[in-house]
Structures are given as structure tokens and as C-alpha cells.
Write a protein that binds this ligand. Structure first.
Ligand code: PBG
Length: 334
């Protein structure tokens, strides 16, 4: 039972806000570098760090530079890094075969990181969009994004990532049944310790725009992703997605995008008490950076406030392009 709120002046809520020390003492949530997963873009070449124009501060890195980034993340106390390949036109085909090539960019980066920085958690993305000539996450047959045929390809992609040594596989495709199919295949092939972080409640969002630039998919994408990603109008459906994915073998679940969907984070955490993550996506990052670059908001404070919001909403962690910048600030005691 909550005590009845005493009337002013017996209760002065400002008393516990009056100094930094008392504010720290009564803080309900904390943010540390250990709450962060850093998404990084991988490209071919050597010694390359190429800025992504729509995401100021974010680079596409060649594998050697991704290894440096992983080392930096580890030194900053960031436990995990998540890889997204930037695939050239030559490797975008109707059959998406590059997705399960053992030597594709993602798999090469995984092996290089695991060699050099074995303690960092490596997460990868399962979906066909970096490899398809349509920019869709699945195969397109007669204008339809076909489910079951796509799931078979996703299983091959997931197995090739497990073979390369990833710790966490993140299916971001939103096909039905893919968690169960991937989990079954991982068990059968001796990868029973590989974790699945399901993009369980992923919405058809305008906030993915800069990401599609970053991975070179914006030009390719024909139409939209509304027949597989969720309608922003829905909440109950997100709970059904999460229930289904946990039942099929997901170890952790994600809500995506983040800031516009904090209500979903809270409901998922309250309902399932499972490890819950949010993805603060490219458009959210770009918005904050753009306003900060104009001098319209204080970029550092907005970054930290936005990350704390995920903790308050019940998330165990956040995928964010701000991860290294935020961790650096925290290292300096802020
Ligand atoms: C694709 C994928 C997307 C993101 C992660 N994986 C884009 C999409 O669904 O079109 C978006 C991440 C971001 O915007 O930062 N499977």
C-alpha cells in the first residue's frame, strides 16, 4: 500500500532534489556502459573509415577498423557490438546467396573480432535486405514477400553466422516462425549456446531512413515493409509477438524503434520479465545529432536523457549509435 500523500508543507518533494548527493541517493534508475550495445557498419577495404552522411559521427569501417572499434568498446566497458554489412551492388542478388557465404563481410568481421577481442559479445543481424536486389528482408515472389521460403534462407544465414563464431544472433526480418526454425537448426548443428535476441516487436517505421543509406539499401528498396513489420497503431500485437518468440526459443527480445515505443518496452518488461532491449534507431540518432549541430539542443544532455529513458521504461539495455560517446562521458564521471 502506498502511503497517502501528505499535504504541503509536510511534504516538500524538492527536499530530495536539493543537492547532487541527495539526487544520486534517491535516483531510481542508473545508466552504465554495461547497458549498451554498439551497432557498427562494416564495409570492404582496409584502413577505411567512411562517414555516413545522414548519421553524423557514424562510420562505415573496414574489417580491421571494426576490430579497433571492438577494442575501443571493450575498453569503454561496452559489453557488445552489433555488425551490419554494407554490401555492394554485386552481392545483391535475387537468391541472396551472399547472406550465407562463410566469407561474407559480416562473417569475416566476426572472426576477426573474436580473434582479437575474444571477450566482447558479437551480435549479428539476420535478414536478407543487405543481400537482396529488392531491399526487402525476404524473397519477393509475384510482389509478395514470401514467408516460409524466406525462413529457410534465414536459417542458412543464421547457421553461417554461428559457424563464424557469433554470440548473439538478432533476427530482424519479422517473418513468422523464424525464431523456432533457427533455434531448431542451431540445436541440430551443435550451436546450442548461441543466443537469439529476437527483434520481436519491430515496427514499420520512418525512423530507419538513415540506416538504409548506411547499408546501401535505400535506392534498392521497392515499396515498403508494412506486410511484415508492425503497424505503429498496435500494442497488444507486440505482446503476442514477444510471447510467440519467447516460446519459440528467443533468449532476449527487442522493441524497435526505441523512443517512440517506450510504452511497448514497459508493457513487454512487465508482462514477460524477460531480458528486454530497445533499438534507438538511425533516425532517432540523426534527429538528436541534427538538432545538436544546429545548436538547438544540448547534444550530450539529450543523448544521456534519451538513453536513461530506456532504463526507466524497463529495458535491460539499448542498442544505440551513441554507445561509444555515451560510455566516454560516463567514464569521465557524467
Ligand atoms: C533490416 C534492419 C533495419 C534496421 C536494422 N535491421 C532496417 C529496416 O528494417 O529497413 C534499422 C536500424 C536503424 O534504423 O538504425 N533488417
Amino acid at each position: 500500500m502506498k502511503p497517502t500523500q501528505a499535504a504541503f508543507p509536510a511534504t516538500r518533494l524538492r527536499r530530495t532534489r536539493s543537492t547532487p548527493a541527495i539526487r544520486a541517493l534517491v535516483a531510481e534508475n542508473t545508466l552504465t556502459p554495461a547497458d549498451l550495445i554498439w551497432p557498427v557498419f562494416v564495409r570492404d577495404g582496409e584502413g577505411v573509415e567512411e562517414p555516413v552522411p545522414s548519421m553524423p559521427g557514424v562510420m562505415r569501417r573496414s574489417v580491421d577498423k571494426v576490430v579497433e572499434a571492438a577494442r575501443e568498446a571493450h575498453d569503454l566497458g561496452i559489453p557488445a557490438i552489433c555488425l551490419f554489412p554494407y554490401t555492394g551492388a554485386a552481392n545483391r542478388t535475387a537468391d541472396c546467396a551472399e547472406a550465407w557465404n562463410p566469407d561474407n563481410l559480416s562473417n569475416r568481421a566476426t572472426r576477426a573480432i573474436k580473434d582479437a577481442v575474444p571477450d566482447i559479445v558479437v551480435m549479428t543481424d539476420v535478414a536478407l535486405d543487405p543481400y537482396s536486389d529488392t531491399g526487402h528482408d525476404g524473397f519477393v515472389v509475384d510482389g509478395e514477400i514470401v514467408n516460409d521460403q524466406t525462413v529457410e534462407a534465414l536459417v542458412r544465414q543464421a547457421l553461417s553466422q554461428a559457424q563464424a563464431g557469433v554470440d548473439i544472433i538478432g533476427p530482424s526480418d519479422m517473418m513468422d516462425g523464424r525464431i523456432g526454425a533457427i533455434r531448431t537448426a542451431l540445436e541440430a548443428e551443435g550451436h546450442q549456446n548461441v543466443m537469439l535476441l529476437s527483434y520481436a516487436a519491430k515496427y514499420a517505421s520512418a525512423f530507419y531512413g538513415p540506416f538504409r543509406d548506411a547499408v546501401g539499401a535505400s535506392g534498392a528498396l521497392k515499396g515498403d515493409k508494412k506486410t511484415y513489420q508492425m503497424n505503429p497503431a498496435n500494442t497488444d500485437e507486440a505482446l503476442r509477438c514477444v510471447a510467440r518468440d519467447l516460446a519459440e526459443g528467443a533468449d532476449m527480445v527487442m522493441v524497435k524503434p526505441g523512443m517512440p515505443y517506450l510504452d511497448i518496452c514497459r508493457r513487454v518488461k512487465d508482462e514477460f520479465a524477460a531480458p528486454t532491449f530497445a533499438y534507438q534507431v538511425s533516425g532517432e540518432y540523426a534527429m538528436i545529432q541534427a538538432a545538436a549541430m544546429q545548436g538547438w539542443i544540448d547534444g550530450e544532455r539529450a543523448m544521456m536523457e534519451s538513453l536513461m529513458a530506456f532504463k526507466r521504461a524497463g529495458c535491460d539495455g539499448v542498442l544505440s549509435y551513441f554507445a561509444p560517446a555515451a560510455a566516454r562521458l560516463m567514464q569521465n564521471g557524467r
